[in-house]
Design a protein around this ligand. Structure first.
Ligand SMILES: CC(=O)N[C@H]1[C@@H](OP(=O)(O)OP(=O)(O)OC[C@H]2O[C@@H](n3ccc(=O)[nH]c3=O)[C@H](O)[C@@H]2O)O[C@H](CO)[C@@H](O)[C@@H]1O
Ligand SMILES: C=C(OP(=O)(O)O)C(=O)O
Length: 420
């Protein structure tokens, strides 16, 4: 176990290059299972979730080569082995193995997924989708057993807009007989990335990026080469860091359109944000106006940036209201921020953030991935030294965090925890 140490107060400046998107990568790797020849994925982030998925696929018999962000997955020798426990529970995205294995073998036995604790995270819409395609789904002892003699396309209306269910149904439906129509589909950029790889593999998909996606199933999917889109959540985190440290950071290798909701809020607060074709420069200020933030499915404000932006709002002069409409309890960072001197009250899905003069460094704990990111931001703003424990959560989503922040002038380092 490691602790992250941050000596706050520096104005960060320079250029940071954004890695490939975690939430695309964790779906693209399972998608590769569907091919009948090797798939090569480029621009993979070097993060914990990717290493865990690689181990899971190897256990299932895939041959994997991985060098410098490029992974070659040969799925031709894979077998439908049950995966009830173990690594499956270490990440949320293991649920994509359900759709991918169902599409490839017509069966799968997979433990229920893990991921960040943000309140209940049911997968009923994934199950509804698989059942609509003709699969029998049984849940028993923490695992799902899925079986279909043949998958047949259908019309599926999602009761909630779900990123995971949309992608999972796309994976299975790519190999179903006939057409599947997903209504009330999610529109996140990562969904377009998955549709792009499936299309390169030979699938016929239209409507991605709208709330009606049509998938015409095909008999075979072939190998291909694919490069992952930039991680808009990592990019957004560095944009917030620029604002929080009154710095001047150019966030390079991004798709500025993916970050419009954050850009608008940073400008509303008073930061200067300059967009170019594939970079965004944020010039932070010493004074910020308070703003209200409501998280929504894309293109709304992303829930994954709610925790990071809450840290920034502690610097605004006045009261901001943050409402998370996606998760019922994504506020575990708040107690830690309060320990650092923040004035925040949580009621239900809403956090009321009153600006304070300064945060003070102290010992805090990363309770989940973006809670960890919010504490890093708070630590960079705070007086004195902040010690963040349970860094493994942060390592699920941020490639080379310490190195990237160092290069921007941050005083940040890792220490190995004493065993006793
Ligand atoms: C690996 C990955 O890509 N994770 C992202 C994905 O998670 P994930 O795919 O789990 O999130 P969903 O979009 O599915 O969840 C959105 C909302 O729908 C609810 N829901 C979802 C599925 C379901 O079957 N039933 C149901 O009720 C969830 O509890 C949540 O309240 O999208 C979230 C919303 O942008 C992000 O926070 C996560 O970073
Ligand atoms: C919630 C997140 O991840 P996961 O869905 O993998 O838990 C996240 O990336 O902020």
């Amino acid at each position: 176990m490691e602790t992250l140490m941050i000596k706050g107060g520096d104005h960060l400046s320079g250029t940071v290059t954004i890695s490939g998107a975690k939430n695309s990568a964790v779906a693209l790797i399972p998608a590769a299972i569907l091919a009948n020849s090797p798939v090569t994925i480029e621009n993979l982030p070097d993060i914990r979730d990717i290493h865990i998925l690689m181990q899971i696929l190897s256990e299932l018999g895939a041959m994997i080569e991985y060098h410098h962000g490029t992974m070659r997955i040969d799925p031709t020798q894979m077998k439908p082995k049950p995966m009830p426990n173990g690594k499956i529970k270490e990440l949320r995205a293991s649920y994509y193995l359900m759709g991918a294995l169902l599409g490839k073998f017509g069966e799968a036995t997979i433990g229920l997924p893990g991921g960040c604790h943000l309140g209940p995270r049911p997968i009923d819409q994934h199950i509804k989708g698989f059942e609509s395609l003709g699969a029998k789904v049984i849940q028993e002892s923490g695992s799902l057993y899925l079986k279909a003699d043949s998958l047949v396309g259908n019309r599926i209306f999602l009761d909630v807009v779900s990123v995971g269910a949309t992608i999972n149904i796309m994976l299975a439906a790519s190999r179903a007989k006939g057409q599947t129509i997903i209504e009330n589909a999610a529109k996140e950029p990562e969904i377009i990335d998955i549709a792009t790889i499936l299309t390169s593999m030979g699938a016929k998909i239209t409507g991605v990026g709208t709330d009606i996606i049509k998938i015409q199933g095909v008999e075979e999917l072939k190998g291909c080469r694919h490069s992952i889109i930039p991680d808009r959540i990592e990019a957004g985190t560095y944009m917030i860091i620029a604002a929080a440290t009154a710095g001047d950071i150019t966030v390079d290798n991004v798709i500025p359109k993916h970050l419009e909701a954050l850009t608008a809020k940073l400008k509303e607060m008073g930061a200067i944000v300059q967009e170019k074709d594939d970079s965004i420069r944020v010039l932070g200020q010493s004074y910020y106006r308070p703003v209200d933030i409501k998280t929504l499915p894309y293109p709304g404000f992303p829930t994954d940036l709610q925790q990071p932006v809450t840290s920034l709002l502690t610097r605004a002069e006045g009261t901001s209201v943050v409402t998370d409409n996606i998760y019922t309890s994504r506020f575990r960072h708040v107690d830690e921020l309060i320990r650092m001197g923040a004035d925040i009250k949580v009621e239900g899905r809403t956090a009321v953030v009153k600006g304070v003069n300064d945060l003070q460094g102290t010992k805090v704990k990363a309770t989940d991935l973006r809670a960890g990111a919010s504490l890093v931001i708070a630590g960079l703003m705070a007086e004195g030294i902040t010690e963040i424990s349970d860094v493994y959560h942060i390592d699920r989503g941020y490639e080379k965090l310490v190195e990237k922040l160092h290069a921007l002038g941050a005083n940040i380092w890792r220490v190995k925890d004493e065993l006793f």
